[in-house]
Design a protein around this ligand. Structure first.
Ligand code: ASP
Ligand code: CP
Length: 361
């Protein structure tokens, strides 16, 4: 939804000082950027989920897959991943291939002219000379916003898609998590009214920070933040939940939450952000899940994880129908395809094809 607010008309200092919800208004124009979870409305989430399912169904047949490949065959995407990634990189790349976009990448800043002293800003401007979209992961929180703002002040403002920034945001992961929750609860009334538990390193887990916000868009959800005290969710997220009127519980008692949770969202310890290996001294043994817990969970509970996992989910439960983390990962490819297609405003052609041929699940 266009708000009329333009990144090109605000100074960086003014923009930086805005609250998150107000920043979102600047990302909805032409081109639309995807930078923070706070820019999404429930309507937009529902549109993306519906489109993701349509793309998935169209892609099942060869003629459908060939049609999809024509949709963005005039575009090129730059994948700039200055931090390690398996799924986010691969699923964006696969989403681009589904839609016919060519991709280029830099996955290691040591192979770019940044080693010659080129600034990250000039590096991005260089990418924008060759690409029509930048999909980027960066260790510096807020850097993707800075990039979008900077490009808005050039004659080549191309869309920027945040594929994970610092320890603060991972908006496209939150989209695939919403898609997974929505599909999992399709027959049980959807996400509204559900009890969703987040477990692990909630202080530094950017996926939880983005998803917690998106869940404020659903009615009567209750969020449980289950973590050792030093890794508990930060006050800034609780403030947003308070403002949105979303119910939450903060606890270290995973055992008491297990029987009531409709979804359990596990996370790993994000020790890459440790200053001196301090995470090793925290007892995290009560914040994991395995075969011994399966009888305590409801039969309908879904177990999620953004991945990669370490020992917080035992491989013993991988084949339990409630373990949806592998499906969750694949969902990322479909919702990212939907996001990229709408970023270029080409969704009508896919919707029309779907209506004409009605591909089935
Ligand atoms: N892959 C997710 C991220 O990049 C979660 C994780 O690494 O634990 O944030
Ligand atoms: N979930 C996620 O972001 O995975 P990667 O870090 O492997 O991209």
């Amino acid at each position: 939804m266009a708000t009329g607010k333009k990144l090109s008309e605000i100074s960086w200092q003014e923009f930086k000082a805005l609250p998150l919800a107000a920043k979102g208004d600047y990302f909805q124009g032409i081109p639309p950027h995807t930078l923070i979870a706070q820019q999404f409305s429930r309507t937009r989430l529902e549109e993306l989920c519906t489109l993701a399912t349509k793309i998935k169904r169209i892609n099942k047949r060869r003629d459908g897959a060939n049609f999809l490949k024509t949709l963005l065959s005039d575009k090129r995407a730059m994948l700039y991943f200055a931090q390690p990634s398996s799924r986010t990189y691969l699923s964006h790349n696969a989403a681009c291939q589904i839609l016919g976009l060519d991709t280029m990448d830099v996955r290691d800043t040591k192979t770019s002219s940044e080693v010659k002293g080129e600034s990250p800003e000039d590096t991005i401007r260089t990418f924008s000379s060759y690409a029509d979209m930048i999909i980027m992961r960066h260790p510096v929180g807020g850097f993707a916003e800075r990039v979008a703002w900077m490009l808005a002040h050039t004659n080549r403002e191309i869309p920027v898609l945040n594929a994970g920034s610092g320890a603060d945001q991972h908006p496209t992961q939150a989209l695939l998590d919403i898609y997974t929750l929505a599909r999992s609860f399709e027959k049980t009334g959807g996400i509204d009214g559900k009890h969703i538990a987040f477990v692990g390193d909630l202080m530094r887990g950017r996926t939880v920070r983005s998803l917690a916000w998106l869940l404020t868009l659903y009615k009567d959800v209750t969020l449980y933040f289950v973590a050792p005290e030093p890794l508990q969710i930060s006050p800034d997220i609780l403030e947003l939940l308070d403002q949105a009127g979303t119910q939450y519980v903060i606890t270290q008692d995973f055992a008491s939450v297990m029987p009531i949770a409709d979804a359990v969202y596990m996370t790993r310890i994000q020790d890459e952000w440790d200053a001196e290996g301090e995470s090793c001294t925290i007892d995290t043994s009560d914040f994991s899940i395995g075969a011994e817990h399966m009888d305590i969970l409801k039969d309908t509970t879904v177990i999620m994880h953004p991945l990669p996992r370490r020992s917080e989910i035992s491989t013993d439960i991988d084949n339990d129908p409630r373990a949806v983390y592998w499906r969750q990962m694949r969902n990322g490819m479909w919702i990212r395809a939907a996001l990229i297609l709408t970023t270029f405003g080409r969704q009508d052609e896919a919707n029309q094809y779907y209506d004409d041929y009605k591909p089935q699940a």
